[in-house]
Design a protein around this ligand. Structure first.
Ligand code: HEC
Ligand code: HEC
Length: 235
């Protein structure tokens, strides 16, 4: 913290202090409320059962059997829809600092597309955040690759295994899209799932984000690049 005495005069310093007091220290001012319809959160009240887990009022690691049915519903909701931004409001047991399975959302300036550096490269998750290099993709498959890496890799990992950081702590886990995992589902079934999302999980509905042709391109890419690579057995 540097001294501001040569930068701001006394009046300016006291105006800044007033601003901080009203904006940040006296409860929520409208500017700080995030869950507004303008931000895409119509009727945020309907998530109220999850609020105590966001605020830390109920520790996130409270055993399921010690929760009322409403609180259980709230914890489930929190685990699939809120934790990605809110991390853990509070836990009773902080747990191990490092485990193979991710414990907590990455902090600060995490991005899954950051070029690998010494730190991220050392993580067992980074391995899965690298898109497979496949030559001679068709134009559709290339478009699908781009769309997949922009929209789906965040949860399903760049290599489709869902073994990236984010994927490893979402519950339920995003589907591993490699190998024969999806063999029982034809493209039209898959397209419907992608359009509509999966209720009760973090799998979003893409109906209003991607058009049918774009989803077909993504499926072409998944079929071509991920189906061939069965990575289910590799750590
Ligand atoms: C895309 C990120 C994101 C997601 C997802 C998210 N939140 Fe938030 N939430 C925020 C931000 C940002 C704030 C404002 C934080 C602050 O002001 O310190 C916030 C604030 C809150 C607050 C404090 C009161 C308020 O409205 O500002 C509650 C309660 C809350 N969130 C509950 C939830 C619940 C429940 C869910 C899941 C249904 C959820 N949030 C999902 C980003 C998110
Ligand atoms: C916010 C996280 C998230 C994102 C982003 C996401 N998914 Fe998912 N997806 C999931 C989860 C979680 C599941 C597993 C749900 C379950 O277990 O039923 C899933 C399941 C699937 C399935 C399996 C469907 C089934 O019925 O078995 C497919 C296919 C799929 N996702 C494709 C995609 C595609 C394509 C995109 C990008 C357009 C995408 N997902 C983006 C979280 C995500």
């Amino acid at each position: 913290m540097t001294s501001f005495s040569s930068v701001l005069n006394l009046d300016e310093i006291s105006a800044t202090v007033d601003y901080i007091r009203t904006m940040f220290m006296q409860g929520s001012t409208p500017e700080l409320i995030y869950h507004t319809p303008e931000n895409g959160w119509d009727d945020h009240e309907r998530y109220r059962y999850a609020f105590p887990f966001a605020s830390g009022e109920i520790p996130l690691d409270t055993a399921w059997e010690n929760l009322t049915p409403e609180q259980r519903h709230g914890k489930q909701l929190f685990m699939h829809s809120c934790i990605s931004c809110h991390d853990r409001g509070r836990v009773t047991n902080e747990g191990a600092i490092w485990e193979l399975r991710a414990l907590s959302y990455p902090r600060k300036h995490y991005t899954h597309t950051r070029p690998m550096d010494g730190l991220t490269g050392a993580s067992p998750y980074a391995l899965h955040d690298k898109p497979p290099e496949v030559e001679s993709l068709t134009a559709n498959e290339r478009r699908g690759e781009q769309l997949y890496q922009q929209n789906c890799a965040f949860c399903h990992a760049a290599d489709g295994t869902a073994r990236n950081w984010i994927g490893s702590f979402l519950e339920p886990r995003p589907r591993n899209l490699t190998g024969q995992q999806l063999a029982g589902m034809d493209n039209s079934r898959l397209k419907d799932v992608i359009m509509d999302g999966i209720e009760g999980t973090s799998m979003p509905a893409w109906r209003h984000v991607l058009d049918a042709g774009q989803i077909e391109d993504i499926l072409d890419y998944i079929q071509r690049v991920f189906r061939q690579a069965d990575k289910t057995d590799k750590p």
